[in-house]
Design a protein around this ligand. Structure first.
Ligand code: DGY
Length: 319
């Protein structure tokens, strides 16, 4: 029987289904990531890996895995996997696109609302017993409706965010490598240079995937171009941002605030400078984390594995 190694506890129903045809082993400590040594040991006789975006699947892993046929990543992003090494080893890599688009767009939009309307700050204020009287400017935030949103990376999640922005009567600007004419028509979105997007937007939303090209694309110079009243939202990858430059832009008041689902190095520690800032909303990379979507992602990852191990075409191969 071919062996599948799953690096985190996933839904029992998905595991049981795989067990009908394969030998399935699961990292059994629910609250910790599989240590590298254990993964290196497990891949020796594995034909498939079901991995998380927090697992680094590098050359060392491929070198230790002579039988490996497929790595199914439980995420749309796959920057945790060395694609060149996978290709050289003849291993197929799959991801979970489309099924998480709306869920991630919902979360991205909730970050916009949380930072603009100071929701997390206000919730903390009440919980800490600080609410003693009402006043007109108490925790007054910034409007979202009729403002300008600038989306960097207009893939399917970016377009789903644009759709939500239209519902809020926002003007939509976007910056991406290739123009999206359908999105331009549907959301009245305007394709602009990065510079124009940064200068004009009230909410700059980063959704670009991490590549050599997008590495730290938001740096000192880019934050300086943003309006002092604008907010930066990142629900893509933390590595697209120079985090030190973001910290400085927030400290010096160059931008009004930030809402972040992703960070340069995850997880961040409790003493991370961003966490002591009132105008920062920080959450632990939960873009696609709804119960419904997680289950769909798990099923898709498992279907990809089953297909490859049975000599069929993967459903969502990363090319
Ligand atoms: C992904 O799937 O790549 C997202 O970052 C998850 O939130």
């Amino acid at each position: 029987m071919k062996k599948i190694y799953i690096t985190r506890k996933i839904d029992d129903q998905v595991i049981d289904q795989l067990k009908e045809r394969f030998d399935v082993q699961v990292w059994n400590k629910e609250d910790t990531a599989v240590p590298k040594d254990e993964l290196l040991h497990q891949v020796k006789d594995s034909h498939a890996l079901l991995t998380m975006l927090s697992d680094k699947i590098d050359q060392e892993i491929f070198d230790a895995a002579p039988h490996l046929e497929v790595v199914a990543n439980l995420a749309v992003g796959y920057d945790n996997i060395d694609l060149d090494a996978a290709k050289k080893a003849g291993v197929i890599v799959t991801n979970t696109p489309d099924v998480l688009t709306d869920t991630t767009a919902d979360l991205t939009f909730s970050l916009i609302m949380a930072v603009g309307r100071r929701i997390t700050e206000a919730a903390e204020y009440v919980k800490q017993g600080k609410w003693t009287s009402w006043s007109p400017y108490l925790l007054a935030g910034t409007d979202i409706h009729h403002k300008t949103i600038g989306i960097i990376g207009m893939g399917s999640i970016g377009q789903a965010v644009a759709q939500r922005a239209k519902g809020f009567n926002m003007d939509v600007l976007y910056h991406t490598r290739s123009r999206k004419s359908e999105a331009e028509q549907r959301f009245n979105a305007k394709h602009v240079s990065l510079e124009e997007l940064l200068k004009e937007s009230d909410y700059v939303v980063m959704l670009a995937p991490f590549t050599e090209e997008t590495k730290q694309m938001m740096g000192k110079k880019e934050f300086a171009l943003m309006k002092k009243s604008a907010f930066f939202v990142n629900a893509g990858r933390g590595t697209t941002v120079d985090e030190q430059a973001l910290i400085e832009a927030l400290q010096t008041g160059e931008i009004a605030g930030a809402a972040l689902d992703v960070f340069e190095k995850e997880p961040i520690s409790a003493d991370h400078p961003l966490l002591s800032m009132k105008n920062v909303v920080a959450i632990p990379h939960i873009g696609s984390a709804s119960r419904e979507t997680r289950l769909t992602m798990m099923k898709l990852a498992s279907d990809n594995i089953a297909a490859v191990l049975q000599g069929k075409k993967a459903l969502t191969e990363v090319k």
